[in-house]
Design a protein around this ligand. Structure first.
Ligand SMILES: Nc1nc2c(ncn2[C@@H]2O[C@H](COP(=O)(O)OP(=O)(O)O)[C@@H](O)[C@H]2O)c(=O)[nH]1
Ligand SMILES: [Mg+2]
Ligand SMILES: [Zn+2]
Length: 351
């Protein structure tokens, strides 16, 4: 099947258009990366779907990227991203890993059961805000929950403007509230821990049944990131019947924040606003005198849990950002070392 798409359907907009010169518009054509594999990318274009083999000279691309190809279908360059998701790679590896780019809306998926965790939702919110995307918290398994308000109340307290949708991911009728974000040209990504119903939600939104051969594998079969036992082998972008593009992100178990200060400040704007009234400019809101944040906690206006979550995530992102910066500096130094050595070798040979 090779369907043609309009650029608008693929999420093209002025932000990308303005990056192309007049000549480029004539000689190159834009395509959107839809799948990432070991040796190749798949893409959507106005001519349908295509494959871009990975060359050593190409920068690392991610699903969602807009890329310019020449008339022969060769890679020219990647366009600036309107939004970008990355994380510190899981495990001990010091590395930044890209997740997706040019995402308009993130469905932060959490289930209405004991797995529900406000700290984790705050973590996803920070990541979404940092990436300049709009968050929608999607609460799944409503059909199995008899006390939904117990979850809604603390969630609304995080941010009164937060978009919240309560669904049964197995039932298409309960997902109509999500259609507002799934319009043509809109790109949506799913974030959430394992087992909350991301694949189920993706399948139902795509209009696929559980037994459909094209459906994303849901749990029961193990998804494993590190040992190559994925049920889904690659990050992939799908067209939804309502016109939007949906990105499922398999194997996102551990999500460490790095370079996420702005996202955190946005997510915890209640705390950052209070902090402006602290006596000291550099107040850390521990036990300093005249701390407006702690005063709010004492007066019951702010939850202690929330301040603790803020401290924890700020510390984590600062540590990871520093490690990543150090790693980059080391890589740079090593690159210089190699270059100098090669120069020395050539000089020796020339003697
Ligand atoms: N009853 C009910 N079960 C759900 C719902 N969402 C997901 N499930 C079930 O929860 C399990 C995990 O779902 P899955 O989509 O694999 O989660 P993922 O790891 O986030 O992709 C599966 O057995 C689903 O059928 C829901 O809203 N209601
Ligand atoms: Mg899944
Ligand atoms: Zn303070």
């Amino acid at each position: 099947m090779n369907t043609c798409f309009t650029l608008a359907q693929l999420g093209w907009r002025n932000f990308f258009q303005t990056q192309l010169s007049f000549e480029e518009l004539e000689t190159f054509f834009p395509v959107r990366i839809s799948e990432q594999h070991k040796n190749q990318y798949h893409y959507f274009s106005t001519d349908g779907e295509g494959i871009l083999p990975i060359q050593p000279s190409m920068p690392g691309l991610t699903v969602g990227d807009w890329v310019l190809l020449d008339e022969e279908g060769r890679f020219d360059r990647v366009l600036d991203r309107q939004s970008y998701f990355s994380r510190k790679a899981s495990g001990t590896k010091i590395q930044e890993q890209s997740i997706a780019s040019n995402i308009d809306t993130v469905f932060i998926v959490a289930s209405l059961n004991d797995d529900f965790n406000l700290n984790r939702i705050e973590r996803y919110l920070a990541l979404t805000h940092e990436a300049q995307s709009e968050p929608v918290v999607v609460l799944t398994k409503a059909d199995l929950c008899s006390h939904i308000d117990d979850y809604l109340e603390p969630l609304r307290k995080l941010d009164h403007h937060l978009n919240i949708e309560v669904v049964n991911a197995l039932d298409a009728d309960s997902l109509t509230g999500l259609h507002a974000w799934c319009k043509s040209g809109q790109t949506i990504a799913l974030l959430g821990s394992s087992g909350v119903g991301k694949s189920t939600l993706a399948n139902t939104l795509r209009g696929l049944g559980v037994d459909d051969e094209n459906s994303s594998a849901t749990q029961g079969i193990r998804e494993d990131d590190s040992k190559g036992r994925h049920t889904t082998t690659a990050r992939q972008m799908y067209f939804l019947p309502h016109g939007g593009l949906l990105l499922d992100t398999p194997g996102m178990r551990e999500l460490q924040l790095a370079n996420c200060e702005e996202g955190l400040e946005h997510t915890f704007s209640d705390i950052t606003e209070l902090a402006q009234r602290c006596r000291f400019n550099d107040c850390q809101h521990h036990s300093e005198p005249g701390c407006a944040v702690n005063q709010a906690i004492n007066e019951g206006e702010l939850e202690l849990r929330r301040l603790q979550s803020y401290h924890k995530l700020m510390k984590e992102q600062a540590l990871n950002s520093a490690t990543l910066a150090e790693k980059r500096a080391q890589d740079r130094d090593f690159g210089k070392f190699i270059k100098n050595t090669q120069k020395d070798m050539r000089a020796l040979k020339g003697q």
